[in-house]
Design a protein around this ligand. Structure first.
Ligand code: FCB
Length: 453
């Protein structure tokens, strides 16, 4: 029997990110980011769209804060657009950018919603990309300065900081598969990027500590528990180990153990990813810098990975919304429990927060204007049930942020994939809470899992 009640101080919230919701506006002073540039390249974004309008959160944020309040959110995780603060990455500050976030933060605090700020959610200033972006070690130091400037400005009002969102995506999707900005397909660049992003996290942590000694700070990783399709096949087991190394351990080990996993270092070398310069980009002392004590680990969980041939039935199941979301991601709530128990065993942290979890489904607006997104409701219910069990098992899971407060620009998928608790009509910018919003609202107010509506 799963225990269904959450601990008394469990923190409920919702999340978003700057590029996905803000939009830009003539005169706002924001500099271009790699995502603005990437969107301009033909064929990169499925629907040919970009982030110029998005949810117009830049203007409509008061309404969005109202929605968070109506949801009962105690915390809101959002990101700061680096080029809104430093249009060219460093140097000249854009005060209008600071003003915008100051208004947002004050609006949240007025409603007793704690701001949880992510300092990097992928919108690197274009000016820095021209100097080699995250492949360039200097970017790590420039990031730490940008982060310190933001913390300095808001430390009187903000107590929770997340240095990075999902370094795996920045490294691999951005530099190995090319699906995300800046769109490179260079495996070595992906490893350099991963290292410099982690290094920048390590450089930033002590800056936050000295500027805001009472604040809590950490990093968010996207983690995917991996399973062999056929556990009795050596091949599948090996593929699983490799996936886990590449996706999870490559980020967890440096942060928690001050080392990169040796099996993966050997594998990358054997695969020819590492050239004659070897591991030169990892300098002495870097791993010690990266492994700064963190107050919490943020975990983004959506699905699991299964390695090896799963058979024809599974391929058919991909059309079944009970089994797969519109992203083609398997609905596998048990994976969250497997993952959190493993983290607590192998990578013990003072606290864990689920900083993202949610599902894309094709939404229909009914004749009465309502969005009855029953599959998303079910997704949240199943994951909430696992979370209650995780807490009951003694894992210090302290909170949960649903992805996302509203539909938004889903990167290379454009506006076609909706993850929101709130439906956004992009033509009118009207926001309508979906059934999943009402569901989460009940869970939050009861602080327990509620049977699906
Ligand atoms: C995560 C991202 C977030 C959103 C969700 C669906 O990888 O952090 O911005 O796109 O996936």
């Amino acid at each position: 029997m799963l225990k269904k009640k959450f601990p008394a101080n469990f923190l409920w919230g919702a999340a978003s990110s700057s590029f996905q919701i803000e939009g830009t506006q003539e005169g706002d002073g924001r500099g271009p980011s790699i995502w603005d540039d990437f969107c301009k390249q033909p064929g990169k974004i499925i629907d040919g769209s970009d982030g110029s309008k998005a949810c117009d959160h830049l203007n409509l944020w008061p309404r969005d804060v109202e929605l968070l309040s109506e949801l009962g959110a105690k915390a809101y995780r959002f990101s700061i657009a680096w080029p809104r603060i430093f249009p060219a990455g460093k140097g000249q500050v854009n005060e209008k950018g600071f003003d915008f976030y100051a208004r947002l933060i004050d609006g949240l605090l007025e409603r007793n919603i704690a701001p949880w700020i992510t300092l990097y959610h992928w919108d690197l200033p274009s000016a820095l990309e021209r100097k080699g972006g995250w492949r360039n070690r200097d970017t790590a130091y420039v990031f730490a300065d940008y982060a310190a400037a933001v913390v300095e400005r808001f430390k009187d009002r903000v107590d929770h900081w997340i240095t990075h969102n999902e370094p795996w995506c920045v490294a691999v999707l951005g530099h190995r598969t090319g699906e995300h900005a800046p769109g490179l397909k260079e495996p070595l660049a992906a490893l350099q990027t991963a290292h410099h992003v982690l290094l920048s996290h390590g450089l930033t942590m002590p800056r936050i500590r000295s500027l805001a000694p009472k604040a809590t700070a950490g990093i968010t990783l996207n983690l995917n528990p991996a399973y062999p399709a056929r556990p009795d096949h050596e091949e599948d087991r090996q593929a699983t180990e490799h996936f886990d190394g590449d996706f999870n351990r490559w980020y967890l080990d440096p942060i928690f153990r001050a080392s990169y996993p040796q099996d993966m270092m050997d594998a990358y070398k054997a695969e020819g990813v590492i050239d004659t310069a070897g591991w030169d980009f990892i300098r002495e002392g870097d791993l010690k810098t990266i492994a700064q004590p963190i107050d919490f680990l943020g975990v983004n969980y959506y699905s699991r990975a299964v390695l090896g041939d799963r058979g024809a039935d599974e391929i058919k199941a991909q059309k079944d919304p009970l089994r797969y979301t519109a992203m083609g991601w398997e609905v596998y709530p048990e994976g969250l429990k497997d993952l959190m128990l493993r983290l607590n065993r192998e990578y013990p942290a003072k606290a864990y927060y689920i900083t993202e979890n949610g599902a894309a489904y094709t939404d229909h607006v009914d004749g009465d204007g309502q969005i009855r997104d029953k599959h998303r409701v079910r997704y949240f219910a199943l994951h909430a049930e696992q979370m209650a069990a995780i807490c009951a098992a003694g894992v210090p899971l302290r909170g949960y942020f649903a992805w996302s407060i509203m539909d938004n620009f889903e990167w290379a998928h454009g506006y076609g994939k909706r993850f929101g608790l709130v439906y956004v009509d992009y033509a009118t910018q009207v926001r309508t809470p979906k059934a999943s919003f009402r569901y989460l609202q009940k869970v939050i107010s009861a602080n327990q899992v509620i049977d699906e509506l």
